[in-house]
Design a protein around this ligand. Sequence first.
Ligand SMILES: [Zn+2]
Ligand SMILES: [Zn+2]
Ligand SMILES: [Zn+2]
Length: 566
Amino acid sequence: MQKICANPWCASAFEIAQDDLAFYDKISPVFNRKKESVPPPAFCLDCRQQRRLAMRNERTLYPRVCDHCKKRIIAIYPADSPFTVFCPACWWGDNWDPLSFGRAYDFSRPFFDQFRDLWYAVPKISILALTDNINSDYAHDGYRLQNCYLIFDGEQAQDSYYGEVYALLKDCCDFYSLKQCELCYECIHCQECFHLLYSRFCSNCSDSAFLLDCSSCRNCIGCVNLHQKEYHIFNEPVSKEEFALRKAAFALHTHAGVEALRAQAEALFLRYPRKATRTVMSEEVTGDNLISCKNMHDSYDCMDMRDCRHCTNCMMGGSDAQDVDAWGDKMNLVYNCAYVGAGVERLICCYYQSFGVSNLCYSIYCLQGANDCFGCVGLKKMRHCILNTQYTEEEYGRLTPKIIEQMRKEGTWGEFFPPTLSAFSYNETVAQDYYPLTKEEVKKRGWRWREMREEMPSVTKVVSGDRLPETIDAVPDDVLQWAIRCEVSGKLFKIQPSELGLYRKLHVPLPRRHFEVRHAARRALRNPRKLWKRACAKCGKSMETTYAPERPEIVYCESCYLKEVY
Ligand SMILES: [Zn+2]
Ligand SMILES: [Zn+2]
Ligand SMILES: [Zn+2]
């Protein structure tokens, strides 16, 4: 079925497949023994994802006070936001009652208007965290963290800084998507690596730098597509002695040495083939960066997922899901949701639901065994609630179909919360990472934009990034009192004491760019989440790839790549 995206600024054609229709039927909830059909979406794939990502501020943190205990805290909501914001200890505590914000449903008003009133009224958790993080106040959506700073969306990390999407890290800095890694710096999409620097798409590699698409390698520098190799430089074997001599000559402890080797390595990488998509141990999949997935289509950066379409960043496993961004971990039958996981089942159009919840529609932050709720916010262990008001099972079964009927007429049933309901301005959200818009475009669509003010940190001096010492050895402890002016954005940033300790341990030079600029650079090193038709550079067969046809990389189909590399 062909449709035209209902957003007037988009209006692109998109396809609803037969499988999609079967899924919408399967996910359709049952109330009073009657199935309430979920219709095909009105918006194209990108517009759907943009809505979901516009709900989430991932990296913009603000100092403020907890509106309950009055402690000074770090939050994703600025002090001038209209919301009541509680620190994690107060939010998770029993000293407030989300049902006290409940309201009766009013059939004379649109659903989203009523939901917005509730959503804005219920206290927000300052940052997504349980209460078990230690010395990690500047980390949002992280669990079981110790001494971490500015890391986002992950769990179980120690002494790690500046990165997102992670699990089981120790001593890692400046990363995107790492799992089970230690002493890794400037790495992207790596698993089970130890002491690996400036590398991407590697697994089980150690004591190496500037690797791309390598696995099980040790003591390698500037290599691509290698498997189970040791002492290689620029894909050539060298003796252990020569390796040591040449490694010293690269002077990777200096800023100039790192940049020279980066340029050399990237030039070399362009002479070797890339695989059309990075799928590993997967069957019947389309998309990219899929590990141990089966029957998974148009999906990106997922692991251990089955029978899903249009999913991204679901790294913890799940099944039967469509249009889901992030998380997983015993996720089943989920549609058009973002950041849901840890035992979730039968969710429709929800944001952040977790810990054993099921049968929820249009709800946010309903956790710990909340079941059968519609349009609710911040409920724990509750059942049969609508707009945070408790009903009997019978009343719930009678009222919800009527609300759905009203939403059907409004054209909102099955569509995610619009960006006008987001608690954040568009440019604070992850949507701006993937669907960047100018201030004018955002305003034209009726969404919010926040003017970011730069706070002048209290420092003894401001040093321009390009004037920093060449080596970490030449950096005095006094650097902790400086602000560094980013050589690209001009934004000021400071070095944290434990971060400095890690640079010294890794013997790497200080960063000269603000963490947002570093984050954008890492993002640019990943392919877009989009498939193009391109001919295999070896056999000429037509294939789908995330390398756009005009890109300079040599791209092979899977079988040609595997023949070449293994
Ligand atoms: Zn669209
Ligand atoms: Zn508090
Ligand atoms: Zn081929």
